[in-house]
Ligand binder design. Structure first.
Ligand code: ZN
Length: 251
């Protein structure tokens, strides 16, 4: 039986499976999205419980048997414990976890997603900004193969665009009448500049771009990108949406 030694994982969700076990959904560096059957993890004095708090990053020796991975040994790299004390940080990190759980197939390796998640949780913890929502969404689309081309579908113009949700396309001011649906979301030039810049900067730097936008604009852009994520991944809704609204990440 194969043992994956020192596999880095980030816990997305842990649920009670039996009296003493947890069923853990985690994103791993080399295996992608996996399910770990953490036997004994909810027992008192469990030696493995510390690996399975939400958003904890660990290095584990994992053995696969049928559909599940089982823990042989390991060490915690970062418990991200301080996150749990900050409700708005938890809301944002839970959104990252939910979108990954809902949009990615099991065991498709994508190291970029692992790093994005790790860095995003770190940024939420130490460089909090509502722009992290936007930064994560743009980067997540890019690393999942849905990189957005912010240009007019008709003429290629890159300034002052209108997003057509139904078509999942952008139009410029001059061509916007050619869009098939009535509801268009305008993204002005400054907003496009911020979007293009944060796509290419580290997520921990998202905070630096807050000063270019009004609070309301950040929420507006976050809301548009939430719509884009739902369209691209064919999702009707997310449980996180109510919390994102409550904590004013979106409109
Ligand atoms: Zn155009």
């Amino acid at each position: 039986m194969d043992i994956n030694k020192g596999e880095e994982i980030i816990v997305l969700k842990a649920s009670r499976y039996s009296e003493s076990s947890l069923m853990v959904r985690a994103y791993s560096k080399n295996l992608g999205l996996i399910t770990i059957n953490a036997r004994g993890a909810s027992r008192k004095n469990s030696k493995i419980a510390k690996f399975f708090n939400e958003f904890t990053v660990s290095k584990l020796d994992l053995k696969k048997s049928k559909n599940y991975y089982y823990v042989q040994d390991g060490e915690v790299i970062n418990s991200n414990f301080s996150l749990s004390k900050n409700p708005r940080a938890v809301v944002l990190a839970s959104f990252f976890a939910e979108i990954i759980l809902r949009s990615i197939y099991d065991e498709e390796e994508n190291e970029f997603i692992f790093h994005l998640l790790e860095k995003s949780i770190e940024a939420v913890n130490y460089n909090f900004s509502k722009l992290i929502f936007l930064s994560f969404s743009i980067k997540f689309l890019a690393v999942s193969g849905f990189k957005k081309d912010f240009s007019c579908k008709i003429c290629g113009e890159r300034k002052d665009l209108y997003y057509s949700l139904v078509e999942n396309l952008f139009y410029c001011e001059k061509d916007k009448d050619k869009a098939r649906n009535v509801k268009l979301y305008k993204i002005n030039n400054l907003e496009l500049k911020v979007i293009n810049t944060i796509l290419h900067r580290k997520i921990s730097q998202a905070k630096n771009y807050e000063k270019y936008l009004k609070e309301e604009e950040i929420r507006y852009l976050n809301s548009i990108f939430l719509k884009i994520l739902l369209v691209e991944f064919e999702l009707n809704t997310l449980n996180s949406i109510n919390w994102l609204k409550k904590y004013e990440f979106i409109l």
